[in-house]
Design a protein around this ligand. Structure first.
Ligand code: GLN
Ligand code: ZN
Length: 764
């Protein structure tokens, strides 16, 4: 017997972001369902064939999604909040896809005005999913046929039997949110499992053999009740669908104290992530029963580095010695959704560095090669060894003076001169801002014009002078327009930036960029994370030119705009050859130098965005304190080089703050702006309970949706905020930056926002 080569999921947006382009065209009415579905179909076909060519035995299907796999699951199970009922009735063609997109993006058409569902981060990744909404009397039923359609399509395309991928029932429930009091979502397990059983039975009937059930929560901290739900679900599934081969997948963490529990569940195979949690293997091998197969996640599905075959083979051989080849599978650690598509498309990466890297397509090949080495091909091993060792010695990576500066950081470097209360007095006196000051988070719409400008500069169709001139004009008109509607603290609009991390990475040493390394962030939105391959330093000023240009064009306060060290780390592909904290401190020093340079150039308000602090939080509670320690310290290092007069803002989005509120306070920013509108200010309660000491701008409208908020709804959100917090500490701003929006809706929304602040000043 041989080992099965398993793959958990594949990037679905396409090597050239075909799905993004098609969906956006569909949303703007430029194409219809026929064209959209054709693009989606061809992407799936290509992916399946690619995996087949790479020799993958268990090829996933239903890992494709038009927007998000959790939203797909909600539709599959008929978990559709009541507010969307009217869409299927009013929508002339009665299309499921429009209901689906409405749930993701909100709906303002046919006389309906329905808000989108909440979105939050997928574990510790930068992928966002649509949060299922549960009610006390939640019913489940098979609603969408997508999983069956995709299974049949994959079967047809590959001529083999693909492996449908489902989010398992327990994890699906735990990913959701109770929308009413009086019940716990996990209690819905008895209602949801029968529907899963119906689905599995039908898949079986249509020819499925293996079915992958993603249960990442099995590798998280679990309550007794949650464990019972797992036992109940998988016993029932085993009982009702005995012929289905169930593959239970865990990833992003190790099984730790859940190991004996996890291996005792009545499933056919268990997948474990040996990249994130290599140590779990020993324990799993000790406890594994004879009936259970094991899928070894040895190829990193979260990063872009070439696999170290020696390390992977050590795991594989250890497992082989205990349970034998025929109960083993080799696989990437998690779905390859989180890696870019194809390294072969990158023609500009330094060849030495490119040799250290692998994207999704190459990772499939690594799975194949590992199997070939096990079968005796030693050349592959030697070749790999050569690349891996060249990386550990390369002068491209290791710079002694940077390592020394990071080593020499003191507590003083992480401390502002005076405490917040002192700084606030000084700043209030100097700035003279009104109650409920208004501001925005930084970016204004990145219109096609602006994007094209950048593309033309890249292609050298225009000169840098021409480019700068156009950006200056865009900046000035944004300034004029902010002045006209009466915003208090202005931003320059970030027109010169492609992306909040890429922009900085391009100017720092130790980073490299890909041409096509797109990774899905949410819906049609993709990001192209930089690759941090070496020690990081800042050769020259990065933002001073644009911030001082903007400040010179207005008498109002102009906010400087930087991305914080933790976010730069978190949204990049990072080195796996040193601790994350070391890389972060190097970045923090670079940002600190930039903050000081901005102050020197006359910028009085400086925002250091840290939207990713929360997502960097380790998934297991026991690991969190250590992370928060260095993450907060890194922020403070970046912010503490300035005088008390300089107001430091920070910004965070999609975060729940309850469990980290004291650490957010320890960041010691003068102002924090946060995303709160989709949760109706609920997220503010943590700040209120903690008596958060500094100023806060709770977002008053959702920027993920094109919907224009009314003055009244924003006033009522401010009223809510003012019940929770001292009014004099409240700022008024949107949830996040506006770069993904269009101008007309942005102008209308911000106009309403300023009016809402004026009303609030009178009323509250
Ligand atoms: N300043 C950034 C912007 O406005 C912040 C973006 C973010 O938090 N994701 O675009
Ligand atoms: Zn944000």
């Amino acid at each position: 017997m041989r080992m099965l080569k398993n793959n958990l999921g594949y990037p679905r947006v396409g090597a050239n972001r075909e799905l993004k382009k098609a969906s956006e065209q569909y949303w703007s009415g430029k194409i219809g369902t026929k064209e959209l579905f054709a693009v989606a179909r061809s992407l799936r076909e290509k992916n399946w064939k690619l995996q087949q060519d790479a020799g993958i035995d268990l090829i996933p299907c239903n890992d494709f999604s038009f927007y998000d796999q959790v939203l797909d699951t909600s539709l599959m199970l008929g978990v559709i909040p009541a507010r969307y009922n009217d869409i299927l009735i009013k929508n002339e063609n009665n299309k499921e896809i429009d209901l689906y997109f409405a749930m993701a993006r909100g709906y303002q058409k046919d006389g309906l005005d329905i808000t989108a569902m909440e979105m939050t981060k997928w574990f510790d990744t930068n992928y966002h999913y649509i949060v299922p909404e549960f009610t006390q009397n939640q019913e489940f039923r098979v609603f969408s046929e997508k999983v069956f359609e995709e299974f049949n399509l994959a079967k047809h395309v590959t001529g083999t039997i693909p492996k449908p991928v489902l989010i398992g029932p327990v994890s699906y429930l735990l990913l959701g949110k109770e929308k009413e009091e009086g019940f716990e979502k996990i209690d819905l397990i008895k209602k949801i499992v029968p529907v899963y059983i119906d689905i599995l039975k039908r898949l079986k009937k249509e020819g499925a053999v293996w079915v992958q059930l993603d249960e990442p929560f099995l590798a998280m901290d679990l309550t007794q009740k949650e464990k019972e739900a797992f036992v109940y679900a998988y016993k029932e599934i085993k009982k009702e669908c005995p012929e289905i081969k169930t593959l239970l997948t865990t990833y992003f963490e190790g099984l730790h104290q859940n190991t004996s529990f996890a291996v005792s569940l009545p499933v056919c195979a268990l997948h474990i992530d040996l990249v994130r949690a290599p140590k779990q293997l020993d324990n799993v091998l000790t406890l594994i029963p004879d009936t259970l197969s094991l899928s070894l996640g040895v190829v990193d599905g979260r990063n872009i580095w070439k696999n170290d075959y020696i390390r992977s083979l050590a795991h594989i051989k250890k497992a082989m010695a205990v349970i034998g080849k025929d109960r083993l599978m080799i696989a990437p650690s998690c779905s390859l959704l989180h890696t870019p598509f194809d390294l072969d498309l990158e023609t500009d990466i330094h060849s030495e560095i490119k040799n250290w890297m692998a994207f999704a397509k190459q990772k499939l090949n690594e799975v194949k090669e590992l199997n070939e080495i096990i079968e005796g091909n030693n050349d592959l091993l030697l070749e790999n060894l050569k690349d891996i060792s060249s990386r550990s010695l390369s002068k491209l990576i290791h710079k002694q003076e940077i390592k020394r500066r990071a080593m020499a950081i003191t507590d003083q470097d992480a401390q502002r001169h005076s405490v917040f209360a002192e700084r606030q007095k000084i700043q209030q006196q100097n700035f003279g801002l009104p109650l409920f000051p208004t501001t925005t988070i930084g970016s204004f719409p990145q219109t096609d014009d602006i994007r094209q400008l950048r593309a033309r500069l890249k292609k050298k169709e225009i000169t840098l002078e021409q480019y700068d001139l156009e950006i200056e004009q865009a900046t000035i008109s944004a300034i004029r327009w902010q002045e006209e509607i009466g915003i208090d603290v202005l931003v320059h609009g970030e027109f010169e930036r492609n992306d909040m991390v890429e922009y900085f990475g391009e100017q720092l040493n130790g980073f490299l960029f890909t041409k096509n390394g797109w990774v899905q962030s949410y819906g049609s939105r993709c990001v192209k994370p930089p690759v941090i391959y070496g020690d990081v330093s800042r050769p020259k000023d990065m933002t001073v030119r644009w911030s001082s240009f903007a400040q010179a064009n207005t008498k109002k306060l102009m906010k400087g705009m930087l991305t914080g060290p933790v976010t730069i780390l978190q949204w990049s592909f990072v080195r796996d050859d040193q601790p994350r904290s070391e890389t972060t401190y190097q970045i923090a020093l670079a940002i600190r130098d930039e903050v000081v340079a901005l102050e020197k150039a006359g910028i009085k308000v400086i925002q250091i965005d840290e939207p990713a602090i929360r997502e960097g939080l380790p998934l297991l509670k026991e690991d969190r304190a250590e992370y928060l320690d260095w993450a907060v310290r890194a922020f403070r290092i970046s912010a503490s080089g300035v005088k008390d007069e300089t107001q430091i803002h920070t910004h965070m989005c999609y975060s729940e703050f309850n469990d980290i509120i004291q650490h957010i306070a320890q960041m010691d920013a003068d102002v924090i702006t946060i995303e709160t509108s989709r949760s109706q200010m609920e997220l503010l309660e943590a700040f209120a309970d903690f008596k958060y000491p500094a100023e806060i701008g709770p977002g008053v409208y959702d920027i993920h949706s094109p919907r224009i908020p009314t003055v009244d709804e924003m006033v009522s959100l401010l009223e809510k905020a003012a019940v929770l917090l001292p009014a004099e500490n409240i700022w008024v701003n949107p949830d996040c930056g506006l770069k993904t929006r269009k101008w007309p809706e942005t102008q209308a929304a911000l106009q309403n926002m300023v009016t809402a602040a004026q009303v609030a000043r009178e009323k509250i």
